[in-house]
Design a protein around this ligand. Structure first.
Ligand code: HEC
Length: 144
């Protein structure tokens, strides 16, 4: 459910965007500015990803080397073989994954962990928003 404040903000942002559009057209550089903002939308934001991590992952995952809790540590997860943290008890299917965690494999896993590992003990429905997932993965890439 959307709060009044939030919907108000969305309406205001919409109005602002229309104003900006109008000004751009008048200046005749709309194409140039649009190209710029499309690039900005594609660039993932690790700081935003860290906020998502704190809210949705940190309850089960540490980012410190060697520290396992409900889930294995995610220190150095990018570039790591799935199911390879020493001392962590993975499920049988997770151990059989045989993938190296990179942006593509993490993207698939984090969209819906149970689709990739049916017997998973990671009780997490998945992060469905593409941009949020890109930000989260950009944050995971900093954990070295
Ligand atoms: C309720 C606890 C829980 C939450 C919340 C959770 N995880 Fe997990 N995670 C686990 C467990 C348990 C495993 C091991 C799964 C298995 O063995 O099947 C795991 C495994 C993983 C793996 C594979 C690691 C490896 O060494 O192969 C990654 C990557 C991962 N989680 C990322 C995340 C991210 C990112 C989030 C937040 C969006 C998250 N997890 C949220 C519990 C959790």
């Amino acid at each position: 459910m959307m709060t009044m404040k939030k919907s108000q903000r969305i309406i205001e942002e919409g109005v602002d965007a229309r104003r900006r559009n109008y000004r751009m057209r008048r200046a005749g550089i709309a194409g140039l500015l649009l190209a710029g903002s499309a690039t900005a939308a594609l660039a993932a934001d690790p700081a935003a990803g860290q906020q998502i991590f704190k809210a949705q992952c940190s309850i089960c995952h540490s980012v410190a080397p060697g520290v396992n809790s409900i889930g294995p540590t995610l220190f150095g997860v990018v570039g790591r073989l799935a199911g390879s943290v020493a001392g962590f008890q993975y499920t049988a299917e997770h151990k059989k994954l045989g993938v190296i965690w990179d942006a593509a494999t993490l993207d698939k896993y984090l969209t819906n962990p149970a689709a990739m590992v049916p017997d998973t003990t990671m009780i997490y429905a998945g992060l469905k928003d593409d941009a949020e997932r890109a930000n989260l993965i950009a944050y995971l890439q900093t954990l070295h």
